[in-house]
Write a new protein. Structure first.
Length: 118
């Protein structure tokens, strides 16, 4: 419904159409916040049962959060007609993800090196 309303309003007031799209997008995200919380709790229980260090799970969840936020911000920026800025947001998200993943990659590499006979 919001899409059709935005298309109709866009002809007369493009600024209001953009604000409508942003508002609806944020509302959808807030509506899903409870489900996201349930998923995080389920992953924490699985990690505890598997004796996984919680630091790794927290890092992975942060990486997933960065990916979703960067994608959301990029789409909003594209909707505003700023495609070049949207690509910069995507690049920043990817760099932040890489920076967050370095400790996990280090542990994986160290584990593989220990498994290789000398």
């Amino acid at each position: 419904m919001a899409t059709f309303l935005a298309l109709i309003v866009k002809e007369q007031k493009p600024n209001f159409a953009f604000l409508l799209v942003v508002f609806v997008g944020c509302s959808i995200f807030l509506f899903l916040a409870d489900k996201i919380y349930e998923i995080i709790q389920m992953l924490e229980k699985i990690a505890i049962n598997a004796n996984v260090n919680m630091i790794y799970l927290e890092t992975i969840l942060k990486i997933i959060g960065i990916a979703y936020i960067a994608e959301f911000a990029s789409q909003i920026t594209k909707d505003a007609g700023q495609g070049s800025l949207a690509s910069k947001i995507e690049l920043a998200g990817k760099i932040l993800i890489l920076a967050m993943a370095i400790p996990i990659l280090t542990v994986i590499i160290e584990t593989v090196i220990k498994l290789i006979p000398s």
